[in-house]
Design a protein around this ligand. Structure first.
Ligand code: 4AD
Length: 453
């Protein structure tokens, strides 16, 4: 007989005489002559209540079942007498697959996030983490759906690269040379290679051939910033659109965030309730705003002016020409506008070479989307499509014309205005769950000095 997932069993519309469920014991309560087992198989937050009667041939063993043990249960699905659930299973057979010792670290009490990080191999068995990882899965599909519905092509950009898209130099070196070193010519690629920080540059080449494209994959940054919103390995969604200016780019970013907020509310209700109840009381209100409110759009210059006038005691300095820090971003979106904000037209001195120079010769057509609780969740821009200006910017910023010859050449053969952005997937999951540390939305996070598991 085929196993039915607990999520499906709990949605049954009629009793069933024969079912097979498999999962892990969350808790067991014993009474005289019978036991209740709460079974969870990860398919949904709810447990399946299993009634194990003393008539079972191995009832002695069943009574010894411990939290964390894995079992296979055959039986009848019947309307539950209890108040907590609609259905329960009267077991006709219980096979013990793997017995967990009494020392199984996840007991019924609540454990701290810090402790659970030390047992990352087991934490997906808790309610909070299984819910977070189900939402991660659901939103991955929703992202593909969003782009597919709009005719975008899903492309795959390389993980191993010889270029530094963001020009920040925060890259992980990839080499086959021995630890003692060696000549670069003897290295695998014969040139310096790194893990990608962004698929954008290659994405642009495909947009300039296929029209609207997106990549969704892992990216890597060796920034030594131990913050709650930075990881060394994270996933990024990067759409790139040909014949698209900054305004349209902003609209796409806004549509995407709203679509994903709505999708989470419509398709992840049970898991979302858990976060709204135990993790972030403001979550539902925030999601409502995200899904409905028109995002505020304002130039960087105005954003700086608002921050300066606020007299808020910021830790980091505010001023034209300085990058916005997380506390500034959050002030704008949380305290000032109380809705998502898109800041655009940044000074060229604080943004990468590829952003399109505005007519004022001082700012570039870059944009960041800022949201409550996180700050920057999206970074993007209209790209510089004019060969001469791009070349000049690259020279000013000390980038090698020879190394980026292919990128420059794309501006010589039918160049067109185009734009795109990068949405940090983990920050998105933080946003829709209220989880406030990036380490807790990634099953096996990589941060400075942390690569166990
Ligand atoms: O603003 P960023 O650096 O933009 C780019 O990489 C562009 N090339 C994207 C593009 O235009 N195609 O990063 C984009 C987003 C950020 O807004 C943030 O959400 C996320 O990626 N991000 C990180 N997420 C987790 N950990 C880190 N260390 C991150 N760095 C960036």
């Amino acid at each position: 007989m085929k196993r039915t997932k607990i999520a499906l069993l709990l949605q049954a519309t009629a009793p069933a005489n024969e079912i097979l469920a498999k999962g892990w014991v969350r808790t067991k309560r014993d009474a005289k002559g019978f036991s209740f087992i709460e079974l969870n198989d990860g398919s949904c937050l709810s447990n399946l209540q299993v009634l194990a009667n003393e008539n079972l041939p191995n009832y002695d063993e069943v009574r010894k079942l411990t939290t964390g043990s894995s079992v296979s249960v055959s039986g009848r699905l019947v309307a539950s007498q209890g108040s907590g659930q609609k259905w329960e299973v009267q077991a006709t057979e219980i096979q013990i697959i793997g017995l967990a010792p009494e020392s199984f670290p996840l007991q019924k009490k609540r454990h701290s996030d810090e402790f659970l990080r030390t047992i990352a191999h087991l934490r997906p068995r808790t309610n909070k983490y299984s819910a977070a990882f189900r939402i991660r899965s659901e939103l991955s599909f929703a992202i593909h759906q969003f782009f597919h519905e709009r005719g975008f092509r899903y492309i795959h950009t390389p993980i191993l690269t010889a270029s530094d898209c963001e020009g920040a130099g925060e890259m992980f070196r990839v080499t086959t040379l021995p630890p003692s070193g060696g000549k670069i010519e003897e290295d695998f690629f014969g040139v310096e290679a790194n893990l990608t920080v962004s698929g954008q540059l290659e994405g642009e080449m495909l947009a300039l051939s296929l029209g609207d494209v997106y990549t969704f994959g892992p990216t890597f940054r060796a920034e030594n910033s131990n913050t709650r919103r930075h990881a060394a390995e994270f996933w990024m969604i990067e759409p790139e659109m040909a014949f698209c200016d900054l305004q349209e780019n902003m609209s796409t970013a806004e549509d995407l965030i709203q679509y994903l907020a709505r999708h989470t509310m419509e398709h992840c209700a049970e898991d979302l309730n858990l976060f709204a109840k135990f993790v972030d009381k403001e979550l539902m209100a925030r999601l409502e705003v995200l899904a409905k409110a028109e995002f505020m759009r304002l130039p960087y210059k105005e954003a700086v002016s608002i921050l300066e006038k606020s007299r808020h005691p910021f830790e980091y300095a505010v001023g034209y020409g300085l990058d916005l820090q997380s506390e500034h971003e959050r002030y704008l979106t949380e305290a000032h506008f109380k809705k998502p904000v898109i800041v655009f037209d940044y000074p060229k001195t604080i943004k990468p070479f590829y952003m399109r120079l505005n007519d004022d010769d001082q700012t570039v057509a870059g944009m960041d989307v800022l949201v409550a609780g996180i700050g920057e969740i999206i970074g993007g821009s209209q790209r510089e499509e004019r060969y001469d200006i791009l070349l000049k910017r690259m020279e000013q910023m000390g980038l090698s014309k020879e190394k980026y010859w292919w990128y420059l050449e794309s501006r010589q053969y039918g160049s067109v205005p185009h734009s795109g952005f990068g949405l940090g997937f983990e920050r998105l999951i933080m946003l829709v769950t209220g989880i406030n540390n990036i380490r807790d939305v990634i099953p096996f996070p990589r941060t400075p000095k942390n690569i166990e598991f």
